[in-house]
Design a protein. Structure first.
Length: 482
């Protein structure tokens, strides 16, 4: 899908100094601007630099005005040398998120010439202890613009802020409401909008039914051919394949025409009752071919979680939504599964098969196609969930491993090597944490390691993270003994 209209992150730069030090002699400002310009190209943001050194209050106030006019999202304040604390308040008032950046002295003996480290300490202390709640949220940096330590730390910030900005203007289409009994997926759309900026728009299920009926047969047939070519096997009827292709095209058109960044769609029982199909293949094909997040069972927080992971990731394909399904505590391994919605890029070398849904219609004469069947390839993964009206963020790093026991029919993988908030966590403690905390029973999963970026998103937005609750044999009650 065409995502070129997504808003771009705009980062401002300003350098502050005392004139009695040697910022200009050591080319501090041009070196920083040139380096940030190079990073803006590789990290995809717009740079709004103040080229004149800021050395007095008048210059600080003028720079602040220019930066406001530049409509920036984030301000990187470089302490090109030690600088007056009086310069900070005007600059810190420009935006609610700033970076305070210092660079090392060229020599470590003789006359001190830059003295930037103390300035970073001074400025962060002013923000924390003087400006307080009226000041911006800040992150500190130390190192030259081309140093690996600076670049790696700055890249995490750019990814996090870019995702936050895109989420702030995103719209999610919610079709058909939640699946029956999914009370724990309820949410307050106004609270979510206030916290993230993301808007959720509800639609009656009939809208997608009507749109699917308008899809031309030849368009659907073209998609069926692509679906068949991508699969290792097709074990469902051609009729189900064509109806699934029509649904895919309808969902794609619906998302594009409404400007949605993600969809949350009830998959059961309405699709079976009204259209006689399982929509899993259509959801997964949107994820693999369009990089577009569709959460099943009407899970809007799940769609938010998938969208956040997609915005943080460089992977072309979408994240997915899974359940906890089986535990092998001795092996520190957990099966995560869903009935057939995961995009095909998660699959191992056996690829994906298109099949009838593995649970819907069981114990009856009915079958419903089409779902995916695949085992995930061994790879790094990130598990996340935007919960409790976007006030909480679950952040888990893990590895997917391939095992002899493949897991239940559907789309699935065995996960191990868990880290909660970047800290190694035994599986029983992770499960206990989720159970005691009453966590929602869905989990968004992305390829690769996005945990640093997620933790930074949580910090910028003031979202609490999920703290570990070590497993005990006695009753553990949140707010009582944990």
């Amino acid at each position: 899908m065409n995502l070129s209209d997504r808003p771009r992150l705009r980062i401002g730069y300003v350098g502050v100094a005392f004139t009695s030090y040697f910022g200009e002699e050591y080319n501090q400002y041009e070196r920083a601007i040139d380096g940030l310009t190079t990073l803006s190209e590789s990290l995809d943001f717009d740079l709004v630099p103040i080229r004149q050194p800021v050395t007095d209050i008048g210059l600080a106030e003028r720079a602040a005005g220019e930066l406001r006019a530049g409509d920036i999202d984030y301000l990187l304040i470089q302490c090109a040398t030690v600088a007056s604390g009086e310069l900070l308040p005007p600059l810190a008032s420009v935006v609610p998120r700033v970076g305070v950046w210092g660079t090392p002295d060229p020599h470590q003996e003789g006359p001190i010439e830059i003295h930037s480290l103390v300035a970073v300490n001074h400025y962060t202390s002013i923000i924390q202890r003087y400006l307080g709640s009226e000041g911006p949220v800040y992150k500190w940096f130390f190192g030259h613009v081309d140093d690996d330590r600076f670049v790696g730390r700055f890249e995490i910030t750019v990814r996090a802020l870019r995702a936050i900005k895109r989420m702030s203007t995103a719209r999610i289409g919610w079709i058909g409401g939640n699946s029956p009994g999914f009370y724990n997926m309820n949410f307050d759309e106004e609270v979510v909008a206030a916290r993230l900026g993301t808007r959720v728009v509800a639609h009656d299920f009939s809208e997608i039914v009507d749109l699917t009926a308008t899809i031309a047969p030849d368009e659907a047939r073209t998609v069926v051919d692509k679906l068949a070519a991508a699969a290792s096997e097709v074990l469902t009827s051609d009729d189900f394949m064509e109806r699934g292709a029509r649904l895919y095209l309808a969902l794609e058109e619906f998302a594009l025409s409404n400007g949605y960044a993600a969809l949350a769609v009830q998959c059961w029982p309405k699709f079976q009752d009204v259209m006689g199909i399982a929509p899993c293949m259509a959801y997964g094909w949107l994820g693999s071919e369009d990089g577009f997040a569709v959460s099943c069972e009407g899970d809007v927080p799940g769609a938010l979680s998938m969208l956040l992971l997609n915005e943080l990731s460089d992977m072309p394909g979408s994240s997915t939504l899974l359940d906890m399904t089986a535990l092998d505590l001795a092996a520190e391994s957990m099966l995560m599964w869903h009935c057939g919605v995961s995009p095909r890029h998660f699959a191992n070398d056996d690829g994906i098969r298109w099949v009838d849904h593995p649970t819907l219609g069981r114990k009856s004469s009915e079958t419903y196609g089409v779902a995916g069947d695949q085992v995930f390839a061994a790879q790094d993964a990130t598990i996340a969930y935007v919960g409790d009206d976007a006030s909480e963020l679950l952040v888990v790093r893990a590895r997917i491993e391939e095992r002899d026991v493949k897991g239940f029919d559907g789309t699935r993988g065995w996960f191990t090597g868990f880290e909660l908030n970047g800290e190694p966590t035994e599986l029983i403690d992770l499960v206990n944490t989720l159970m005691v905390g009453g966590h929602e029973h869905h989990y968004a999963v992305a390829q690769g390691d996005l945990t640093d970026e997620l933790l930074e998103v949580a910090a910028w937005l003031g979202m609490r993270t999920v703290d570990r609750v070590t497993h005990k044999e006695y009753l553990q009650r949140q707010g009582v003994n944990v």
